[in-house]
Design a binder for this molecule. Structure first.
Ligand code: GPW
Length: 858
């Protein structure tokens, strides 16, 4: 038995004590009770934080009522469940979302007003749950919203990090990092399940085929109810906290060895302490692998324990559970499910393999090699010896199954090597044992591979194991799903093309339009005659017929202006910079990465600055004033990304204080970008930048949020931009840049390529000239401009001229406000496809085979 403790057998409660549908007191009475007894203050006057706590703890009860009913109903019906395994869930704040999804805005809005506050004010008291890095973690959060909204039986599983994504500050224009302790004021949105704890092992050895770990910890469950929209369904995000097996060694303590006494406790608590702040980069640290096995094992044990309450035959598992692995981070699930089925449930290998490959599914979110996790066999074998054994066996059976095919292929290839190669081959053969050509050909399919950079070092390729060990592999946008079939999974695609799918990402229209942009939301509802669009986003197309209506355009614009004012206020409060609301608001918010090319954006800013400076006062009047807004975090160890932040802040210092430029150009870096800042920034943006090198951004999801909010897009033909262009009309997007299919060749040729544009040289000279501290941006410039040192891997030089052309088009269109507004309306009207409801519906039907199981009303 894996359970830590049991509460013993549950005893029935006398009927007369059960009042399931207790008459609730008025919201304000409940809130005041909470302020008195939960917060513990005399409620004669209340601070915003106290009021927030009172409201949140009251909403929590409504949430739990519906949550308990949903979960009980699902226990009774026993439908098939989807379990979304993810190392990250970037939830943001909960209050507004919970109030609105539960339909409590009337009752609670009124009660909050009586206390002298607004819902927005109280919500601003809440800490963001930043348990994710960026797109991948936020996608998981949007998915939970849609799973609940569609009444799909489903839970998320992850880690309850005590420290989320670091807080970003600025020191002398550089990023500074400090820990994000988000639980300071408690967390009303979670339900601790202290009695629900699973043992997780590490290290040790395999004895008689079974694992004897050296170290063990407990995974303690915390449930976070997830309210669906327009339904009584409340789903669940179950996060695990890591706890030691025993609090401390009393003997050591008594001997005065205090640190030794608490050693094990500290070590255990480290596991769920901090989110790794690396976005799309591999991190080969043992603690990271510990985190992965920690939550994956707990999730699978938890699922099996529930499954076994009502089912005897493990073979039925695939008809009751599907685990979706969110990138490679949870892919140890392949080996863990095998281990539990074989070592704990006593199944034979083949039966276990059949169940495993039918229960797991895998999503890939990147083709960038540094993000595809490959764990050293040495690390895996030390931390998880039994898993390593299983992985080796999977790999060897897998290769056996391919040997006949590969042998016939190798046999049909010419055996003679070219004469000059043959001589070399003989020399090498003298030094090394001969390589079997069949084994060599099998290597490309192998889970266990040699590290190309370190001879003799073997690695476990987690993406390969995930594909082999699951029923489906999907990419996250049409182009990305094609690219993975041609590159990283080419050989696997050729073996089983039917396993490969596309599921273009989506975002929840609740948080990202209905709630973050109440002004626009009201206008849409009024125009369409109902608010059904909030869960049926296809209905947004009904806005198209109003796109040319001047009166409608005027209302649309005045809402944008209000949202711009809110954004301007935010900028003022976060940075001290005043920005005019008559300027075009241009936004790029996302993780800072060379492939996302914030530096290309800055090159265009420099060019604009130089053009304004060179212009006569008369000519200056023709410029469209622009506020360029950047937000995003750089991974702590990513030197070039940090330099890119310094580039933005340095340009801001120069440009914002140049009286010649005055209000024609402002450059703003908003520090500590997170979910709730995005909720204010996106509605206020007029153009947003999605300018990654073609073929590098798997999908992007903020592009969809901007589109929904009627913000025009400048972008490359990359990721989901391509599908957004299809939906909104390519002619309505500011498209530029080279094509993904040419990237390989262009990278080869970049060494001999010269940017044929005098503006490029001017920008480079400006950045290396005496405006800035000597040498400050030399490395950044060399990376894209000195072909003896680098080759401009992300092709800024190739895209520069076309990018500036697209930027000019933006200015031209902005001068025609009616034409601009029309496009803005068309963007929102054609954004319906990018709802995560559509995306989740496809997952449910095409991968999970999970059907809605709505709780009946009443
Ligand atoms: F590298 N993404 C992310 F693929 O935010 F794992 N973090 C990550 O670690 C990875 C991907 C990983 C993003 C993609 O970069 C973005 O294009 C995509 O829209 C998003 O995942 C959701 O699919």
């Amino acid at each position: 038995d894996t359970k830590k403790k049991t509460n013993g057998k549950a005893k029935p409660v006398p009927m007369e004590l059960i009042r399931v549908d207790q008459q609730k007191a008025a919201a304000e009475t409940e809130i005041l009770r909470k302020i008195a007894y939960q917060v513990g203050v005399d409620a004669e006057s209340v601070t915003a934080q106290q009021a927030y706590q009172g409201v949140a703890w009251t909403v929590r009860e409504r949430l739990i009522d519906a949550f308990n009913k949903t979960q009980a109903y699902w226990r009774e019906k026993d439908p098939k469940f989807i379990y979304y395994l993810s190392a990250e869930f970037l939830m943001g704040r909960t209050l507004t979302n919970a109030v609105n999804n539960l339909g409590l805005e009337g009752e609670f809005g009124e009660a909050i007003r009586k206390l002298g506050y607004s819902l927005e004010e109280l919500q601003s008291q809440e800490q963001n749950a930043s348990l994710g890095n960026g797109g991948l973690g936020r996608l998981a959060a949007c998915f939970l919203d849609s799973i609940a909204t569609l009444s799909l039986p489903g839970w998320g599983y992850g880690i309850r990090y005590r420290y989320g994504m670091f807080r970003q500050g600025l020191e002398n224009g550089y990023q500074s990092e400090s820990p994000d302790y988000w639980l300071t004021n408690g967390n009303p949105w979670e339900i601790p399940r202290r009695e629900l704890a699973y043992k997780i092992g590490f290290y040790g050895s395999v004895q008689q085929g079974k694992w004897v770990p050296d170290e063990q910890v407990y995974a303690v469950a915390y449930d976070n109810p997830i309210p669906g929209y327009g339904t009584k369904t409340v789903g669940n995000l179950r996060l695990f906290d890591c706890q030691p097996m025993s609090e401390f060694k009393l003997a050591s303590f008594n001997e005065g060895k205090y640190s030794e006494a608490t050693d094990a406790k500290r070590k255990a608590e480290d596991i769920s302490a901090v989110l790794y702040p690396n976005d799309a980069t591999e991190y080969g640290r043992e603690l990271r692998l510990k985190q992965q096995i920690f939550f994956v094992s707990a999730a699978i044990q938890d699922t099996l324990a529930r499954f076994k309450k009502t089912h005897k035959d493990m073979k039925e598992l695939p008809s009751k559970a599907c685990f979706q692995m969110n990138d490679t981070h949870p892919t140890i699930a392949v080996a863990e499910l095998m281990r539990l089925l074989i070592d704990q449930e006593g199944l034979k290998w083949d039966a276990a393999w059949d169940i495993t490959t039918k229960s797991l599914a895998f999503t890939n979110h990147t083709v960038m090699p540094e993000a595809l996790e490959k764990w050293p066999v040495k690390v895996m074998a030390k931390l998880l010896p039994r898993h390593m054994e299983i992985i080796e066996k999977i790999d060897s059976i897998w290769k056996d199954s391919l040997r006949a095919k590969v042998t016939s292929e190798v046999g049909s290839q010419p055996k003679q090597a070219a004469p000059e190669k043959a001589a070399e081959a003989t020399k090498e053969a003298a030094a090394e044992p001969p390589v079997d050509p069949v084994e060599a050909a099998l290597a490309k399919y192998s889970i266990i591979t040699e590290n190309p950079w370190e001879k003799g070092v073997k690695l476990v390729n987690m993406a390969f194991m995930a594909t082999i060990g699951s029923k489906s592999t999907n990419g996250v946008a049409a182009i990305h799903s094609e690219i993975i079939k041609e590159t990283i999974f080419k050989d696997f695609y050729e073996l089983s093309p039917e396993k490969f799918q596309n599921k273009t990402n989506g975002v929840t229209p609740r948080r990202w339009l209905a709630y973050c942009n109440p002004g626009l939301s009201k206008l849409i509802t009024k125009t369409l005659g109902s608010d059904e669009w909030i869960s049926k986003t296809d209905q947004l197309t009904g806005l198209k017929q109003h796109a040319d209506d001047k009166a409608f355009q005027k209302q649309w614009r005045s809402i944008k202006l209000e949202n711009k004012q809110r954004l301007a206020d935010l900028i003022k409060s976060k940075t001290g910079i005043s920005v005019p609301t008559n300027a075009l608001y241009d936004v790029q918010i996302k993780r800072i990465h060379e492939y996302k090319r914030q530096h290309l954006n800055m090159f265009s800013v420099v060019n604009r600055y130089l053009e304004i400076k060179a212009a006569s006062p008369e000519e200056r009047k023709k410029f469209v004033p622009r506020v360029v807004i950047i937000g995003g975090k750089a991974a702590s160890a990513y030197v070039m990304a940090k330099k890119m932040i310094k580039l933005v802040t340095s340009l801001g210092d120069v440009i914002n204080n140049d009286p010649e430029v005055s209000d024609l150009l402002k450059v703003v870096f908003i520090p500590d970008y997170n979910v709730s800042l995005a909720e204010t920034i996106i509605p206020g943006a007029e153009v947003s930048q999605h300018i990654s090198t073609a073929g590098t951004e798997a999908s992007g999801t903020s592009n969809m949020k901007f589109q929904m909010n009627g913000c025009l897009i400048i972008g490359t033909m990359d990721g989901a931009n391509i599908e957004i262009a299809q939906e909104s009309g390519k002619e309505n997007m500011f498209v530029f840049g080279v094509d993904a299919k040419d990237i390989g060749r262009l990278r080869e040729e970049r060494k001999n390529f010269k940017v044929n544009d005098p503006r490029w040289e001017k920008v480079m000279s400006f950045l290396t000239g005496n405006t800035f501290e000597q040498g400050l941006f030399q490395d950044l410039v060399d990376n894209v401009n000195d072909m003896s040192k680098a080759n401009d891997w992300f092709l800024l030089g190739n895209d520069f001229t076309d990018y500036l052309r697209a930027q000019d088009e933006i200015d031209v269109l902005y001068k025609d406000q009616d034409a601009w507004t029309k496009r803005s309306i068309l963007y929102t009207a054609s954004s319906g496809f990018f709802s995560s409801d559509r995306c989740i519906d496809q997952y449910a039907k095409e991968i999970w085979d999970v059907k809605p199981c709505p709780v009946p009303s009443s």
